[in-house]
Design a protein around this ligand. Structure first.
Ligand SMILES: C[S@@+](CC[C@H](N)C(=O)[O-])C[C@H]1O[C@@H](n2cnc3c(N)ncnc32)[C@H](O)[C@@H]1O
Length: 284
């Protein structure tokens, strides 16, 4: 894949895993690049919480274990890569993403930042050297990948003793939308996510040491179904990883509205995300 700015890391090569689906993910996120930040209410909230798990920068100058090389996996528009650059004022930050549209937006948003670079790549096969990275951050991106493969890659590229700080989604996310689609007679319209316990077991099987791994539900409310669906589209999260993807016709939409309405709460139509927050360390 292309590296679109300076600071070119070693290319590890990409194993083509579910290439067609990844292409669709990349296309949908690229299309959403200009609407993403405005629509990313939950994603900003989750990123702020994910960052609570970041290790402190060492104050001692030129300390041998000072954080110098940071990767933001699935960086999207790069908003949080910028925050990482502020947080680690001596570090080089690379925002990596599958979607060229996102990377292009990120690059234009921070054109001359001396410590930020953007890199096209796949989290399941990251284009970085083994034992080369001091900190890996990722918020709400790795749910689009195989968790086991992600942990294997993270374990490969982190330096010993360094951390992976991340958030991802667990089973129960988008549950209300899934229920409403099922009641409307449509299955496989919404992505499924692995159980929290299953993901915990995947961590236990990996070489990484679990320092934190918790689950927190976040619910957003929408005035109506159309606003809810538009918001998902504006975020680019409208790729379905499995099952059929027929057009949403007027009749199907009416059935969805009808099925969602009984779930309405005083704040509006709920849409819940089960968010996993994790901090894992590569052993020394
Ligand atoms: C929901 S956005 C999150 C963006 C950003 N981290 C944030 O917190 O706002 C998910 C991002 O992950 C990227 N992504 C999905 N699958 C990926 C993969 N296999 N490799 C790299 N990036 C991927 C998408 O292109 C998208 O930009």
């Amino acid at each position: 894949m292309d590296v679109i700015t300076r600071s070119i890391p070693e290319c590890h090569g990409n194993r083509p895993v579910n290439t067609q689906i990844k292409q669709r993910i990349a296309e949908n996120f690229s299309r959403a690049a200009h609407s993403y930040d405005n629509a990313a209410v939950l994603q900003k909230r989750v990123a702020a919480r994910t960052m609570l798990g970041l290790p402190a920068q060492l104050e001692k100058k030129n300390a041998p274990n000072q954080i110098q090389r940071v990767i933001d996996l699935g960086a999207g528009t790069g908003l949080h890569s910028l925050t990482l650059a502020d947080r680690y004022s001596d570090a080089m930050i690379t925002g990596m993403d599958l979607a060229m549209g996102m990377l292009e937006f990120a690059r234009q948003n921070a054109p001359d930042h001396p410590r930020l670079s953007w890199c096209s790549g796949d989290i399941e096969s990251v284009p970085f050297q083994s034992n080369s990275i001091d900190l890996i951050y990722s918020s709400l991106a790795i749910q689009w990948c195989g968790f086991e493969q992600v942990l294997s890659e993270v374990g490969r590229v982190l330096k010993p003793g360094c951390s992976f700080v991340f958030s991802t989604l667990a089973e129960g996310s988008l549950q209300e939308l899934n229920t409403a689609w099922c009641l409307a007679g449509e299955r496989d319209r919404v992505n499924r996510f692995d159980r929290f316990e299953a993901q915990k077991q995947t961590v236990a099987r990996s070489e990484l040491i679990r320092q934190a791994f918790s689950l927190k539900a976040e619910t957003l409310y929408y005035p109506d179904v159309i606003t809810l669906l538009r918001s998902l589209k504006a975020l680019g999260v409208n790729t379905v990883l499995a099952g059929k993807h027929g057009l949403v016709t007027r009749r199907r939409l009416d059935a969805l509205k009808h099925a969602y309405e009984p779930l309405r709460q005083p704040e509006g139509l709920p849409l819940t995300y089960q968010v996993i927050y994790g901090v894992l360390q590569k052993p020394f």
